[in-house]
Design a protein around this ligand. Structure first.
Ligand code: HEM
Length: 295
């Protein structure tokens, strides 16, 4: 609950229009309390993430890094060689960035994907048949199964196309020198935004862009990790999302597990696909659906 509340407060603060950013005197007065809230959040994050680091230090005390049992990301940071080692505050910053950027986005993607599964029972059944044939009923889905589930992967791709969780990528980029983008000149000092949502709904690029059709990715293998700018929901280039592979691995595994164990049907209120653009593109009305055990 503390993590959820920290992430929620973080996104609210990122999205708030802060008059103080535009009128320095107001910034100093902090009438909206944005700076005060940021300071309070930073203190809570330090305690929360600091505890995780301390727990790992206790667990690993006197153990060589290659002998550490769980060997997770924190263990890895703690085990860095002396000259590469991060200070505690840098470690908190790195870990918090990963937690903050990695929780909401994946949850939103899964919610949109499940909404689509509820709305398209034929596609849901096709994905379940694929899972059944690859995994069977006697064991849970594992990471290594995902590569054998192309239809499931194409469902996630199509969801990322229709409902990209970060439709404006990093929101804003500052051109530090003049650049040409196609026929346009972007002069140095311009703040530019990339509207990935518009690209993924452009009918000159996608046939029937408003139609949810995972099969389009069975017919054509589109790389979504940043090399094909028709669909780059994780961005592209130097500031591309560093969690993209983990995000996809998590979303695929969760989706496979949810579809394997349950049939998902709409609740009495149905499914509303309206979006709400905050820092991420969320569902305006959170998905409520009914899970019927398949076994
Ligand atoms: C479906 C899930 C996710 C989506 C759609 C997503 C999308 C994005 C996008 C669009 C950007 C900006 C890229 C750009 O402007 O070119 C970004 C940045 C970032 N993402 Fe993700 N992300 C997801 C999951 C994750 C996960 C799981 C992590 C960490 C474990 C993560 C960590 C980050 C970080 C740290 C940045 C900032 C990178 C920088 O500024 O250099 N993201 N992500």
């Amino acid at each position: 609950m503390e993590l959820e509340s920290l992430v929620k407060e973080g996104y609210e603060l990122l999205g708030v229009f802060n008059w103080g950013d535009h009128f320095p005197l107001l910034g100093w007065l902090d009438l909206q309390g944005v700076r005060r809230r940021c300071r309070a959040l930073a203190a809570r994050v330090n305690v929360f993430v600091g505890k995780i680091i301390a727990e790992h230090r206790r667990k690993n005390h006197g153990v060589r890094i290659d002998e550490v049992e769980s060997g997770d990301f924190v263990d890895l940071l703690l085990g860095l060689e002396e000259k590469e080692r991060l200070s505690d505050s840098d470690m908190v910053a790195v870990l918090w960035e990963m937690i903050f950027r990695g929780t909401d986005t994946v949850a939103i993607l899964l919610e949109w994907t499940m909404a689509r599964m509820v709305l398209h029972p034929d596609m849901q059944a096709k994905a379940q048949a694929e899972i059944d044939s690859v995994v069977g009923s006697s064991r849970p889905v594992s990471d290594s199964d995902i590569q054998h589930l192309p239809y499931l992967q194409s469902i996630v791709k199509e969801t990322l196309r229709m409902h990209p969780p970060g439709p404006l990528l990093s929101w804003a980029r500052l051109a530090i020198h003049d650049v040409n983008v196609g026929d346009h000149v972007i002069p140095a000092g311009t703040t530019a935004m990339v509207n990935m949502w518009a690209i993924t709904h452009d009918e000159t690029i996608w046939s029937e862009p408003q139609k949810f059709n995972p099969d389009r990715f069975i017919d054509e293998d589109v790389n979504i990790l940043g090399s094909d700018l028709r669909l780059a929901p994780f961005g592209s280039g130097r500031r591309v999302c560093p969690g993209k592979t983990m995000a996809l691995a998590t979303a695929h595994l969760w989706l496979a597990q949810l579809l394997k164990s349950f049939k998902w049907v709409p609740s009495k209120n149905g499914v509303d696909l309206s979006g709400n653009l905050k820092m991420s593109l969320e569902m305006k009305n959170p998905l409520v659906c009914v899970a019927i055990p398949r076994y």
